[in-house]
Design a binder for this molecule. Structure first.
Ligand SMILES: [Zn+2]
Length: 197
């Protein structure tokens, strides 16, 4: 079901700061730690139209937002994908561990995007509550409590900063795993690496 993310209130934070993004226009744009890895391959498939290879096992884990407007160009069987609002994997840890422990992946691509509905959640509280009351048969009180309890866990301030902080957290939690911060731009449907210091 399409989510009403198009109703998102626009803020200045909605516009990605382009100087923080690394555009992948040729293979040479993929920086050293990622080149030749499944993360590099993912960027080549999506941004450079690299011909699809066939895979029998997942090569990496992709964490991305649940937003309905994004579509990745990657081959079948290439990746595990965990979709959660804001590309926030804090509450999906068991699934991340499963992809590593059982699925044997050694790379994670964390993909945020601009115009994310998890940004400035509080501005959408009325919409959220009304939708649950009218659409799901909840009481007003239950819907309000639900929002108030969970919105602080999912709210993000700025997509780019959030992805970087989440990538840092994942690197500490899974020190042997290669983790890459990416941003998907709605305007051109391309993937960008987020520059780190
Ligand atoms: Zn989103």
């Amino acid at each position: 079901m399409p989510l009403p993310f198009r109703n998102a209130i626009s803020t200045e934070d909605d516009v990605p700061q382009l100087d923080r993004l690394l555009s992948i226009d040729t293979e040479a744009d993929i920086p050293e730690p990622y080149r030749g890895t499944p993360i590099g391959a993912m960027l080549e498939y999506h941004d450079l139209d690299r011909p699809y290879e066939s895979y029998t096992n997942a090569q990496l884990l992709i964490g991305m937002c649940m937003d309905n407007r994004k579509h990745l160009h990657i081959p079948d069987n290439f990746a595990y994908i965990i979709r959660a609002g804001g590309a926030n994997l804090r509450y999906s840890e068991f699934k991340v561990s499963y992809a590593i422990g059982v699925g044997n992946v050694r790379c994670i691509a964390l993909v945020g995007h601009d115009q994310c509905g998890m940004l400035n959640l509080v501005a959408r509280k009325d919409l959220f509550v009304r939708g649950l009351v009218e659409g799901a048969g909840w009481t007003l009180q239950a819907a309000e409590e639900h929002f108030n309890n969970f919105a602080p866990m999912f709210e993000i301030n700025n997509e780019t900063d959030f992805v970087l902080s989440e990538v840092q957290r994942l690197r500490l939690r899974y020190p042997a795993i290669l983790v890459a911060p990416m941003l998907y731009r709605m305007e051109d449907n391309r993937l960008y690496l987020i520059r780190e210091q």
